[in-house]
Design a protein. Structure first.
Length: 179
């Protein structure tokens, strides 16, 4: 059975992705900062017929939880087929490029870029054991340099996302180089 790890999977896009992959027959590790919240979600999923899911504690800003998650998956699966870096934060809004502090940039980049790099590098040995490994880094159109530069784009005036957009643009570039 193929396996997948999804960070930030106890709600939103991560949770829906977990459901869809489970339906397709993958064993899904539902990554959650708070293991209790993850376990509640997994129980709800199991009550609704999703049997191949397991909550796993992973706070993408804490290297010890990343390493622990890798050890668990290595023991249980021996490999990882799909890594989905979904965890992310927008940060405090609004975010003006001239007024937002460097500390706020650091906070958002820690989750949206540096953790993606750390999680990816940690799990590469398990991904290399898969015959068809996949890494998916969840992004947004707000992180597109082309769209952000187009005055006709509906979100062109979304200056309130300066930090979030910058972090996602940087993650997109990391993804290109990773590929």
């Amino acid at each position: 059975m193929k396996s997948a790890l999804i960070t930030g999977a106890n709600k939103g896009i991560g949770l829906e992705t977990a459901k869809q992959l489970s339906k397709q027959g993958l064993f899904v590790y539902l990554g959650s900062r708070d293991i209790k919240k993850g376990e509640v979600i997994v129980q709800e999923l199991k009550d609704n017929g999703f049997l191949n899911v397991k909550a796993i504690e992973i706070d993408v800003t804490k290297p010890d939880t990343i390493a622990s998650a890798k050890i668990i998956i290595q023991k249980e699966q021996g490999h990882l087929d799909v890594l989905i870096n979904n965890a992310g934060i927008s940060g405090v809004l609004p975010q003006n490029a001239l007024e937002t502090t460097p500390d706020h940039y650091k906070e958002v980049f820690e989750v949206n870029l540096y953790s993606v790099i750390n999680v990816t590098q940690t799990f590469i040995p398990l991904l290399k054991k898969s015959p068809e490994p996949r890494i998916v880094n969840v992004s947004t159109s707000v992180g597109s340099l082309s769209l952000q530069s187009n005055s006709n784009w509906p979100a062109y005036d979304y200056a309130k996302y300066a930090v979030y957009a910058s972090s996602k643009s940087a993650m997109n570039m990391y993804t290109i180089h990773l590929a």
